[in-house]
Design a protein around this ligand. Sequence first.
Ligand code: ADP
Ligand code: TYD
Length: 199
Amino acid sequence: MLITLEGLDGSGKTTVWEALQAVYPDAVFTCEPTDSWYGDAVYRSMTDEDADSLAELFLFTADHADHLSRVVRPALAEGDLVISDRYSDSRFAYQAASLEDSELRRPLDYVRGIHAAFSRPPDATIYLDVDPETAAARAGATNKFERASYLRRVRENYERLIDAQPHRFVRVDATQPPEDVVEMVERSVERLVREGDRT
Ligand SMILES: Nc1ncnc2c1ncn2[C@@H]1O[C@H](COP(=O)(O)OP(=O)(O)O)[C@@H](O)[C@H]1O
Ligand SMILES: Cc1cn([C@H]2C[C@H](O)[C@@H](COP(=O)(O)OP(=O)(O)O)O2)c(=O)[nH]c1=O
């Protein structure tokens, strides 16, 4: 079963991802961008204010393809629970926002279309919901994506994704104190795993 954690920068994904490791010691915990050389290329692009948005989409997507073949698919084939801190929805939400002013007419559809041919959709996604101002303040504006004005558009895209597939997402109010957020996520994951075991 593949469960992903999504949300704006600073929404608390890494905090809950770390807490879940104590609860599911046998699960495979992974993340995007990855620590491969593809991930290094992504980080290099992220620090370039003038990076071409389409080129950046393909770097993130290359990292995803490598992540899938090297980590995610083999773990799922073994029957492991896989929990990923960011996954394909991050591309749909962030790169579609970056490409809003490009020549692409429907960036969100375009980015989803690229993935449709090869990706493996998550079974469930925990969405840590936080307003862009709180997200930007918590994240500390360490890269070009962590600005409230940009994160507002990213959040709108996440809402579109949730509207399109409401059953896949579990929305958690991430403005609550960390221990409450962790508890809500742990309860949701426990339920998802239980339901997954029954099917
Ligand atoms: N629920 C929360 N309330 C307040 N601060 C939080 C909460 N969750 C995380 N933080 C803090 O916000 C910052 C970003 O958290 P992190 O888990 O790294 O988020 P993300 O991985 O989504 O960027 C960290 O300093 C963390 O301690
Ligand atoms: C995986 C992914 C991340 N990102 C962005 C979101 C983050 O600003 C940045 C790094 O991701 P990450 O290290 O998860 O940052 P954070 O912990 O602050 O959420 O990369 C994309 O724009 N597209 C993607 O597909």
